[in-house]
Design a protein around this ligand. Structure first.
Ligand SMILES: [Zn+2]
Ligand SMILES: [Zn+2]
Ligand SMILES: [Zn+2]
Ligand SMILES: [Zn+2]
Length: 342
C-alpha cells in the first residue's frame, strides 16, 4: 500500500516555477482587485452553483452543489490549526451527503479528531496524497451543524467558483474561536528584532495525532513565509501553509513512529504522518543545510509570545501569491508579496 502510494506520488510532480519575480504590494493589490471587480452584476444574484473538489493527485474528485447562503467558516481553534497545519481552517458548510467519502476512486483516510467549536469530528483526506477534503461531525444527526459537514476549501477548484460567490466568501464568513488564533499569522517584523537569547528558541512541533514530534532550534534569523501554492493549499485544505527555515543541524525528530518522507515536487520532499496525514516539514534537494518546519505544526507555547512576535521576526513574506484562492484577500499588513517562491 505504502509502496503504491509512493509510486503514485512519484508521478504527481508539481512543476513549480521558482522564478524570483517580485511584485510590489500595489501591483498585486491592483491586479487582485481588478480580477474581483470585473465580476458582472448578474453573477452576484446567482443562488446555486456546482463547485468542483480535487485533491492534489486527482484521484479524489467530486462535485458539490452549494447555495449562495451556504456559510463560509474560518476556525481558529488549536485542534483545527494543528490538523490543517495552517493558521486557520477554511470551511464551507454543506450537507453531509455532499461529501462522497466512500465512492471516489482513491481511498479516503479518516482520522477521528475534535474541533474546539463543534466537538468530535472525523477528518477526511486523500489516502494517497494526503490532501485535506473535509471535517464531518462524529454525531450523524442533529449536532452542532444540524446534520451538515465542513468542506475544506483548499481543494476546491478556483475556476468552478462563480466569481460573485468568491467575492462574497472573501468578505462574509463566520469566525470560530478567534481567541485561539495563531499569533504568528498576521505578525510583521517591527524593524527592531530582539537580538540574542530572547529571539533564539527551541521550537517544538508535531502532527495532530502525536505520533511524530520534532524540535528545531530557531537560530537568530527567525522568519515566516506564508505560501499560497497549489500544494500548500491542498495539503492543508485551507488558504496557505507557513514555513520557518531553520538549520538542519538544529532540527531533530523526537518521535517518528508514523513518519514518512514523500517527494512532493521536483525540488523537494515533505515529512508527513501516516496516522493523521499531517504535513510537518519541507526539505529541498538543493538546500542540504536547511529544513522548513511548518508553523502550523509548531506548539504555540514554544513560539515567541504574542507581544514579542513582531520584534522576534527578522522577515515575514507572502509567497506564491499568483496561486492564491479567489475567496481570500490578503490583510493590509505591508509585507512583501511574491508571485512565486522567494
Ligand atoms: Zn489525492
Ligand atoms: Zn475548530
Ligand atoms: Zn500524526
Ligand atoms: Zn507552497
Amino acid at each position: 500500500m505504502l509502496a503504491s502510494a509512493l509510486h503514485l506520488l512519484g508521478h504527481v510532480l508539481i512543476s513549480t516555477t521558482f522564478a524570483f519575480t517580485m511584485i510590489t504590494n500595489e501591483e498585486f493589490s491592483l491586479s487582485f482587485r481588478s480580477r474581483l471587480n470585473a465580476v458582472s452584476v448578474s453573477s452576484h444574484v446567482l443562488e446555486k452553483a456546482t463547485i468542483k473538489v480535487r485533491c492534489q493527485c486527482g484521484n479524489n474528485a467530486f462535485a458539490v452543489e452549494v447555495e449562495r447562503s451556504s456559510p463560509v467558516v474560518r476556525c481558529h481553534c488549536v485542534r483545527c490549526r494543528k490538523f490543517h497545519t495552517s493558521a486557520f481552517a477554511s470551511y464551507l458548510k454543506v450537507s453531509r451527503d455532499a461529501i462522497p467519502c466512500d465512492s471516489t476512486s482513491a481511498p479516503v483516510q479518516k482520522y477521528l479528531d475534535s474541533c474546539n467549536e463543534i466537538g468530535p469530528v472525523e477528518r477526511l483526506s486523500c489516502g494517497w496524497c494526503n490532501s485535506v477534503l473535509a471535517s464531518v461531525p462524529a454525531i450523524e444527526t442533529g449536532g452542532p451543524l444540524g446534520g451538515g459537514a465542513l468542506l475544506a476549501l483548499g481543494c476546491v477548484e478556483d475556476a468552478s467558483i462563480p466569481p460573485g460567490l468568491a467575492k462574497e466568501w472573501a468578505h462574509k464568513f463566520e469566525e470560530w474561536k478567534k481567541e485561539e488564533s495563531a499569533k504568528w499569522w498576521e505578525a510583521a517584523p517591527s524593524g527592531r528584532p530582539i537580538r540574542g537569547c530572547r529571539a533564539e528558541r527551541t521550537l517544538r512541533g508535531g502532527c495532530a495525532c502525536g505520533a511524530c514530534t520534532f524540535e528545531a532550534w530557531s537560530g537568530s534569523e527567525f522568519q515566516t513565509q506564508h505560501c499560497y501554492c497549489n500544494l500548500c493549499r491542498r495539503l492543508s485544505g485551507s488558504v496557505a501553509q507557513t514555513w520557518i527555515p531553520v538549520y538542519k543541524d538544529g532540527f531533530r525528530w523526537t518521535k517518528e513512529d508514523k513518519l514518512r518522507v514523500v517527494r512532493t515536487t521536483k525540488h523537494g520532499q515533505r515529512h508527513m504522518c501516516t496516522g493523521c496525514g499531517g504535513v510537518m516539514t519541507i526539505v529541498y534537494d538543493d538546500q542540504p543545510y536547511t529544513v522548513w518546519p511548518c508553523a502550523g505544526a509548531i506548539e504555540d507555547d514554544s513560539m515567541p509570545k504574542a507581544e514579542d512576535m513582531s520584534r522576534s521576526l527578522c522577515r515575514a513574506i507572502h509567497i506564491c501569491c499568483s496561486m492564491m484562492q479567489p475567496w481570500y484577500e490578503l490583510p493590509e499588513d505591508g509585507l512583501p508579496r511574491l508571485k512565486y517562491a522567494g
